[in-house]
Design a protein around this ligand. Sequence first.
Ligand code: ADP
Ligand code: MG
Length: 290
Amino acid sequence: MNREAANISEPNLLKNQIAGTRAQNPDAREEPSAQSAEPNIKMSTKGLKVFYGDKQALFDIALDMEEKSVTALIGPSGCGKSTFLRCLNRMNDTIDGCAIDGNVTIDGQDIYDSVLDVVELRARIGMVFQKPNPFPKSIYDNVAYGPRIHGLAHNQKDLNSIVRGSLERAGLLKEVEDRLDEPGTGLSGGQQQRLCIARAIAVSPEVILMDEPCSALDPIATAHIEELIDELRTNFTIVIVTHNMQQAARVSQKTAFFHLGKLVETNTTEEIFTSPRDERTQGYITGRYG
Ligand code: ADP
Ligand code: MG
């Protein structure tokens, strides 16, 4: 069976899940009401097109990503989710034959503008990948890596506090504080992914991009990461690719559905899963195609 089809459930299940989450969580943050101020747009794309050689992978994508909120990108394999995510921190620059046209902004500033330093940009926009990829270094050095490169710590005490603080925010400190010198690669898969999240947040990014961060993890480790994502959105803008629709429903406030390189529909997560407007979205969330 197709990997994506395996995670599809009936829309009613999702509906109940969304309603259930809200009911069990009376304190859960409410979405901004109609009267409240417009949410701040942290990142935005307009007319974004991507080509790999002659093949066009993305067609005129216009998407706003709100500050301190989770935007989920969903859609069948090969529809361009990872390509889109990589445009947001210029990771596609490193792919031969990849050409990008259109506009990508952070706080209104074009990230493809030549005055912007790519290394600095990637410190502002961190990334967590599908497969946990700790460096072959100690747990401590994995997290200290970015702050060292960017000169964020004035002395050893400063660095220690960044490392411990990042591990704490990634929900990993308690599990590793007595073995910070041990290799990061010795941790379990879920711990490794939290280590990668700690490494990403150690440089105090504004945005965190996550490309299917749980797809290599077991359900318990996945639940842990999902809780963490919900906490992280207090401080960070998060854009997450997921092929798991329950996950999109659980962790995101806004969902964008991609199909064949086009952004078909975007709306609040609740609207997308309970009353999608486009029949392709409807087809995907009800499992008619993967
Ligand atoms: P998704 O993440 O939704 O599965 P991708 O962004 O990986 O989709 O891929 C979108 C399209 O771009 C696919 O047709 C894929 O084959 C193509 N593609 C992705 N990466 C490359 C690459 N490095 N070189 C050439 N084509 C690519
Ligand atoms: Mg992908």
